[in-house]
Design a protein around this ligand. Structure first.
Ligand SMILES: [Fe+2]
Ligand SMILES: [Fe+2]
Length: 279
């Protein structure tokens, strides 16, 4: 059995703090073989820098970083993405050329191969994003046959598109989950054919906010159109993730479970250090 821990959009420094504090505890508790996070908001809420990517891989031991519509917000990503072995970009996004950077075939510590695929939605997103059905068909068709564990991060706004893709990939993917909404859904289940599914993992970051952004700035923009700079909020940090157990012989999901770990509660209960040193 291979256990996957998948976490949604990590929001700026507060999100990285939640991850730095709580991922080690989750590792100790659940012993995941694969850890995947979505990094599109990891740098100040918008995009990903090389420094943070390296921190995720080298310090946090993350196996693969998925992205989304904010993938290109920090221009330096154009330099490091092509050679980043544990980074995937949404295959069908209007400014991602083809499938080459949209999937990775990696290995667990015991040598079990697994694939991570990144796609993006069309509804309520950039009008020029392309169809996502054909790219995922093409990627799946070209994966090595011994790679049975196939994981899809579908980065989309519309719950309908995410559920539709989950059904479309029944029996062809081990785990399909949504990211981007920054709000966790409670519909995790296993589809016929052994495909674990949830509509959105939710963000890892500050929930005293409007989807991670300071509430006053979000309200001001909605009420007056004021374009005050959006910055990540800081309070009420949650680490939201699912654990999915996969049979490596056939790639089928056996169990999927959702977690919401609140830093303030756990910190108090376990008397953990609240410092942000090295984050
Ligand atoms: Fe996001
Ligand atoms: Fe997004």
């Amino acid at each position: 059995m291979i256990r996957i821990l998948a976490a949604g959009d990590v929001i700026g420094k507060p999100g990285r703090k939640a991850l730095a504090k709580l991922l080690p505890l989750a590792r100790e508790t659940f012993k995941p073989d694969i850890v995947i996070v979505n990094g599109e908001n990891a740098a100040g809420g918008f995009g990903l820098t090389k420094k943070i990517y390296d921190q995720f891989i080298n310090n946090f031991g993350i196996d693969c970083v998925t992205m989304g519509n904010h993938w290109h917000d920090k221009p330096e990503i154009h330099n490091f993405a092509p050679t980043a072995e544990r980074l995937v970009l949404p295959a069908n996004m209007m400014n991602v050329g083809d499938n080459a950077l949209a999937f990775r075939v990696l290995q667990t510590a015991d040598g079990t191969p697994f694939a991570v695929i990144n796609l993006i939605g069309k509804a309520f997103m950039h009008a020029d994003n392309r169809d996502f059905f054909k790219p995922v068909d093409d990627i799946l068709a070209n994966l090595p046959s011994q790679c049975r564990i196939r994981i899809v991060d579908f980065h989309g706004e519309a719950t309908s598109e995410k559920q539709a893709l989950g059904h479309y990939l029944k029996g062809r993917a081990s785990l399909v989950y949504g990211t981007h909404s920054h709000v966790p859904t409670a519909d995790e289940r296993i589809f016929e054919g052994g495909t674990g599914y949830t509509t959105d993992l939710g963000m890892t970051g500050p929930y005293d906010s409007v989807i991670g952004i300071r509430t006053e700035a979000a309200l001001l923009r909605m009420q007056t159109g004021d374009r005050k700079r959006f910055e990540p909020a800081t309070n009420d940090l949650w680490f939201c993730f699912v654990l999915a157990d996969i049979d490596p012989t056939n790639g089928k999901c056996i169990k999927i479970e959702r977690f919401r770990w609140e830093w303030d509660v756990i910190k108090k209960r376990l008397e953990l250090d609240d410092s942000e040193e090295g984050i």
